[in-house]
Design a binder for this molecule. Structure first.
Ligand SMILES: [Zn+2]
Length: 70
């Protein structure tokens, strides 16, 4: 993944209903997903982190936590 000079990894949020993919910094993902679903889908869980990335994301988060701990 290219580094944009931003130290937070970018994570794609995909919404099948809107047919959009938005890249947001990792720390904002949960908030962006919630806000999108809240505003556009009456709170339904339509938008989500790209499933292909979800597994990798868990690794990234785990790594981040490990880095913070040590
Ligand atoms: Zn949507």
């Amino acid at each position: 993944m290219p580094d944009d000079g931003d130290d937070a990894p970018q994570v794609p949020i995909r919404c099948d209903e809107c047919e959009t993919t938005t890249r947001v910094p990792l720390p904002d993902v949960a908030e962006m997903v919630e806000r999108h679903n809240d505003r556009l889908h009456d709170g339904d869980d339509v938008a989500e982190v790209d499933p292909e990335l979800k597994d990798r994301l868990a690794d990234i988060v785990a790594e981040d936590l490990r880095l913070l701990e040590e």
